[in-house]
Design a binder for this molecule. Structure first.
Ligand SMILES: [Zn+2]
Length: 429
């Protein structure tokens, strides 16, 4: 769709959505009244900045005060179809809800994103996204059905069985978190399975950043014999609302359903196009629990120039660069765990898994240690250590302490990995 048409559609949907939440949700009416803004004040897409942000903390509080959906559910119970709480990794989970039309829309735009990655009718899909309350498993399942694919709905479990399915059923498409895929690649190597024995063509990775970290993408692609693509979602917004196309030129947003802004984390004002900031998302079509200017806490940038694939939907090149609260400040330098990940996985003698440990000494000095393991068939030599140190210093602008752990001693995960251990606050309290 040409951008002027797309933006006209977005405006029409935004106006209707704001009107609707104001009249059906006590939560939004209270917020808008407090901000002194009425639905009629939204006359252009730029007017969206007049609306107040919604944060996860605020949703949690609203749930505690007003029960269940905290006054932000906008559809009558007879239209409810699915409940999807956030995973609760950072506190009490926040409930979101899909109506029948929400399920329809999610299925539709997810199918479109999968098509953009080259998934076609007749493909066999091994879906190792967790099924159940977590949003991504079902969304991919529905979308695969919509496209006319054959699904192996294994979920995020049983690594041995995953490999058996690869060999027996020869799926062409695989969905997983990057962490779980890395773990399966290690298991394949242990069992002596080569990527040439599989029929995989496409890997689509979500639940955490990783597929767009260059050295991680390379390890996924070589380890499974695939093209690896990034797929992005958030429980509160949608499981699969942005994805890379075959040009691997960043996450394409589903802009007909989501209005995307990038704002400065400090001033909370929009940043110029293409600059980094916090991604803020507004549901244009969601009925169940619509989010208006949801503060994702994820850092990225958005460009609107056309992609070589021909799609006009805006993109986030490099994907999600980090969580705003994951940013590490060490010796006056800021960096994200993804930058460390990129260095770790660019060194062939180092295994995939790592930890970043932050501590404060008795003298109040901060120490940041990177814990890594030697890769299979390699040893923790002084040469490897020196190379890792120098690559880290170049990439981050600050040196980290290096600690070698025994092979396979760092825990592997089937879900989302937590690789940063910050012990500084504990020491201080
Ligand atoms: Zn594209």
């Amino acid at each position: 769709m040409p951008r002027p048409h797309l933006e006209a559609l977005q405006l029409e949907r935004l106006k209707a959505q704001v009107e609707r939440v104001y009249h059906t949700s006590p939560f939004y009416r209270r917020k808008m009244d407090a901000a002194g803004v009425k639905p009629g004040d939204i006359r252009s897409l730029d007017d969206v900045v007049r609306l107040p942000f919604v944060t996860k903390e605020e949703l949690r509080r609203a749930q505690e005060e007003a029960g269940l959906f905290g006054g932000y559910a906008c559809a009558p119970p007879e239209q409810w179809r699915e409940l999807h709480p956030s995973s609760g990794t950072t506190g009490r989970s926040v409930y979101t809800l899909w109506t029948i039309r929400d399920v329809e829309n999610i299925t539709d735009f997810t199918a479109r994103l999968l098509w953009g990655q080259g998934v076609r009718p007749g493909d066999t899909i091994q879906n190792a996204f967790s099924y159940g309350l977590w949003v991504a498993g079902l969304a991919v399942h529905y979308a695969a059905n919509r496209l006319g694919c054959f699904v192996l709905p294994i979920g995020a479990t049983q690594s041995g069985r995953q490999l058996d399915l690869f060999l027996e059923w020869k799926p062409q498409v695989f969905f997983a978190t990057p962490s779980f895929a890395m773990y399966l690649i290690e298991k394949m190597q242990e069992r002596g399975i080569y990527p040439e024995q599989l029929a995989l063509r496409i890997g689509s990775f979500g639940g955490e950043a990783g597929a767009e970290v260059p050295s991680t993408r390379k390890r996924l692609e070589e380890g499974l014999g695939i093209d690896a693509y990034d797929l992005y979602g958030l429980a509160e917004i949608g499981p699969t609302m942005a994805a890379e196309c075959t040009h691997k030129a960043g996450l394409h947003w589903t802009e007909d359903h989501h209005l995307v802004e990038v704002v400065d984390p400090e001033t909370r004002e929009p940043v110029p196009e293409g600059e980094e900031g916090v991604i803020v998302i507004t549901h244009l079509t969601r009925e169940g629990t619509p989010m208006i200017r949801y503060w994702s806490n994820d850092i990225g940038r958005v460009v609107r120039e056309p992609c070589p694939c021909g799609r006009t939907h805006a993109r986030s090149p490099g994907g999600i660069l980090g969580r705003a609260d994951d940013m590490i400040i060490y010796k006056g330098v800021n960096f994200y765990p993804a930058q460390v990940e990129n260095v770790v996985r660019s060194v062939p003698e180092i295994a995939n898994e790592f930890r970043i440990r932050l501590e404060r000494t008795a003298h109040g000095r901060d120490v940041c240690t990177l814990v890594v393991e030697p890769a299979a068939g390699h040893a923790a030599t002084p040469q490897v250590r020196a190379r890792l140190e120098s690559l880290l210093r170049d990439a981050l602008g600050v040196g980290l302490e290096i600690e070698f752990a025994a092979p396979h001693s760092l825990e592997r995960t089937e879900f989302k990995a937590r690789r940063v251990l910050d012990l500084r606050a504990k020491a201080a309290s």
